[in-house]
Write a protein that binds this ligand. Structure first.
Ligand code: SF4
Ligand code: SF4
Ligand code: FES
Length: 298
């Protein structure tokens, strides 16, 4: 329900709200969205105006825009496309640039955003990933990064493995923050070393050949802070460390940890406050020890 509220903001933002009684006022929120109709097409800005309601988040704004499907100038437009799922900063799917900052749309609270800029809210898709449509991007490379470092505990069957190894409370405390990574990609968006890779399917190219070419392109690029951190999480796990060497080999290969410039942008934007620079430092030390050991093992 749209509520009428009193406001101290610019007179231009205040209008009499029909149906809420004489003297009631409503406020309009101006939203600027960078839209793109399909992969590889030109993007364009579109403005929307929606009535203010208290306690909205950016997803609520996008829902209001979808409900009216009208631009601010009254034109009928296709609803803006976006990704979201959990609405509680767990699934990692709603990442976008809100007022120029990479963050989760579900926890971007409109009242706070308006405190910073009462004029307008600007929404853009992440810049490091190919746009699928509007605010939806193809985050396949995020998951390819996790595959590259084998970010899992290997099991070779679904039979009963018996009780797992004991993990001390200290080790649990150390590992837990890393386990909260939701593959949102904020750390990658902010990283100067993680540059956009967009591979386009050639005419007549099979889906398999295209997929292989895209994976190869991803594998030449920087693996990313999230994957480095997950490699450290699983290398610290008593079962996961069975393939620690393979993870370190991936981290010291092309696009590995040596590409990290230690700018620390990643840690500053991680919504889960994961100590990424600690993981990167640990990975750097482990990779050096591993490389020296490999030299002597020859
Ligand atoms: S510390 Fe490394 S991973 Fe993090 S933003 Fe800087 S270059 Fe990227
Ligand atoms: S490390 Fe943080 S910013 Fe990066 S993908 Fe995981 S949760 Fe997102
Ligand atoms: S919708 Fe899941 S993190 Fe925002």
């Amino acid at each position: 329900m749209i509520q009428a509220v009193e406001t101290n903001h610019d007179a231009g933002d205040v209008a009499t709200a029909a149906g809420h009684g004489a003297g009631a006022t409503s406020r309009t929120i101006h939203v600027r969205v960078l839209r793109q109709d399909a992969p590889g097409q030109e993007s364009y800005w579109e403005r929307h105006a929606i009535p203010y309601e208290p306690n909205m988040n950016v997803i609520s704004i996008l829902q209001r825009i979808a409900a009216t499907a009208r631009a601010e100038d009254g034109r009928s437009v296709a609803p803006v496309a976006w990704d979201c799922n959990c609405l509680e900063e767990v699934c990692g799917s709603c990442t976008m640039l809100v007022n120029g900052r990479t963050r989760m749309a579900c926890t971007a609270l409109v009242d706070r955003l308006l405190e910073d800029n009462s004029e307008e809210i600007e929404l853009r898709p992440m810049s490091k990933f190919p746009v699928v449509r509007d605010l939806v991007v193809d985050r396949r490379r995020v998951f390819r990064g996790l595959e590259r470092v084998e970010a899992w505990v290997p099991v070779d069957g679904s039979y009963d493995h018996g009780p797992g190894p004991r993990i001390s409370p200290e080790d649990q405390e150390d590992a837990y923050p890393l386990s909260t990574c939701m593959s949102c990609g904020c750390c990658l968006e902010a990283c100067p070393q993680y540059t956009k890779i967009e591979v386009v399917q050639r005419e007549g190219e099979s889906a398999e050949a295209f997929d292989a070419r895209r994976k190869a392109a991803f594998d030449r690029g920087f693996v990313g802070a999230h994957a480095i951190s997950q490699a450290m999480l699983f290398n610290a796990h008593p079962t996961g460390r069975m393939i620690a060497d393979e993870r370190l080999a991936a981290l010291t290969g092309e696009g590995g940890i040596q590409m990290c410039g230690n700018a620390q942008n990643c840690v500053a934007v991680c919504p889960k406050h994961i100590p990424l620079t600690r993981s990167i430092a640990r990975a750097g030390r482990a990779a050096t020890v591993w490389a020296i050991k490999k030299l002597f093992d020859r």
